[in-house]
Design a protein around this ligand. Structure first.
Ligand SMILES: C[S@@+](CC[C@H](N)C(=O)[O-])C[C@H]1O[C@@H](n2cnc3c(N)ncnc32)[C@H](O)[C@@H]1O
Length: 269
């Protein structure tokens, strides 16, 4: 994945993330704080902070938060928001999630919310999270997830191949709207990767995130042709994808659902 594409795309649309409801008010913000159970003296790092919603939610509960992002325009908007909100314990630093410019074992808590599906190399990202965390430090990952049997435990009639195909189709759906989407891993894939990096997983939760189609495509200025393809996928006939997206019309607007997982983990002591 070309990081210039990410810089260009997020740099152009930075302001929209201040008011985007899924980012500003998503239920996972409160779950993330509850699962982190932070202490007042903690040093926290929020990776891919965008306009700072996660960092600002954490700020009252910890000593300091470093809010980091690859894209400087995002950090400028986030910094202006911190000033407006009178938040004084958040510092802003440009950082690539796969190559963090921070000392080893310097944070008690690392968070990363709704961003890892952009990262080309999740192994490097997880290794970096592990490197900068103190032993016993906490890691809370929130992200949209692909489709696997862990999401639908009652789904006995679908084969592994059908799950894989549905997950691939979901990722294609995301990538049509957002060319910087790399891949949303499934809960099973994340769990394996996180454990292999030396973490113990302490909680996995899944929330339904209801999305209004028009504002979702407008946030990234998806062209008409892309909008047509997305509509046909929403009306498509892959049973597991239909079950995942739950496309419906309410008051003349199209809505669908994305599954967002919150995974809490601890670095081994
Ligand atoms: C959807 S926004 C994140 C939302 C934010 N975490 C929140 O809770 O509101 C995705 C962010 O990921 C950032 N990003 C993408 N790739 C990155 C990378 N390799 N390293 C750091 N940030 C990255 C983008 O610049 C963008 O700000």
């Amino acid at each position: 994945m070309n990081k210039d594409l990410i810089r260009n795309q997020f740099g152009t649309h930075a302001e929209k993330y201040v008011t985007s409801v899924v980012h500003a008010k998503g239920k996972s913000l409160q779950r993330l704080v509850a699962l982190a159970n932070p202490e007042k003296h903690w040093q926290a790092l929020d990776i891919a902070t965008a306009t700072g919603h996660t960092a600002f939610t954490l700020a009252p509960h910890v000593g300091t938060v470093i809010a980091s992002d690859l894209v400087p325009e995002m950090l400028e908007v986030a910094q202006a928001e911190a000033r407006k909100k009178n938040i004084t314990n958040v510092r802003f630093e440009q950082a690539d999630a796969e190559n963090l410019p921070f000392e080893a074992e310097s944070f008690d808590l690392v968070t990363c919310r709704i961003a890892a599906h952009h990262f080309p190399n999740v192994n490097k990202f997880l290794e970096e999270v592990s490197r900068v965390l103190k032993p016993g430090g906490k890691f809370i990952l929130v992200d949209n997830v692909g489709i696997d049997a862990l999401l639908f435990p009652d789904e006995k009639s679908s084969s592994e191949k059908e799950f894989e195909e549905a997950s691939k189709a979901y990722n294609q759906f995301e990538a049509i709207r957002d060319p910087s989407h790399n891949r949303a891993l499934t809960i099973g894939e994340w769990s394996t990767e996180i454990r292999q990096t030396g973490f113990e997983i302490t909680a996995v939760e899944v929330l339904d995130k209801d999305m209004e189609f028009d504002s979702w495509v407008q946030r990234l200025n998806t062209p008409e042709d892309g909008i047509r393809k997305l509509r046909s996928i929403l009306d498509g006939d892959i049973p597991l994808l239909r079950r995942y997206l739950q496309s419906r019309e309410l008051d003349g607007k199209i809505w669908f659902t994305i599954k967002e997982a919150t995974i809490a983990a601890e670095k081994s002591v």
